[in-house]
Write a protein of this length. Structure first.
Length: 69
């Protein structure tokens, strides 16, 4: 069994995480863009290649930004 103080700390931390909303809008917009892209690729197979290229370019830019040389 966990010590009472550890349980209290975990409870406060979890409560703070659930109340925290900064950055939430950005995540929601990113998820929505992903869903739209998947739906567009499923409905229009010719666009799937273009969507894949765009996501690959975004991933490479993000990787380059995360690893500055």
């Amino acid at each position: 069994m966990l010590p009472k103080t550890l349980v209290s700390i975990l409870f406060r931390y979890t409560h703070k995480l659930l109340r925290e909303t900064t950055g939430q809008d950005l995540i929601e917009y990113a998820l929505m863009a992903g869903f739209v892209a998947v739906a567009a690729g499923a409905i229009m197979p010719n666009i799937a290649v273009s969507i894949s290229t765009i996501f690959s370019e975004v991933a490479s830019v993000m990787t380059a930004a995360a690893n500055p040389s």
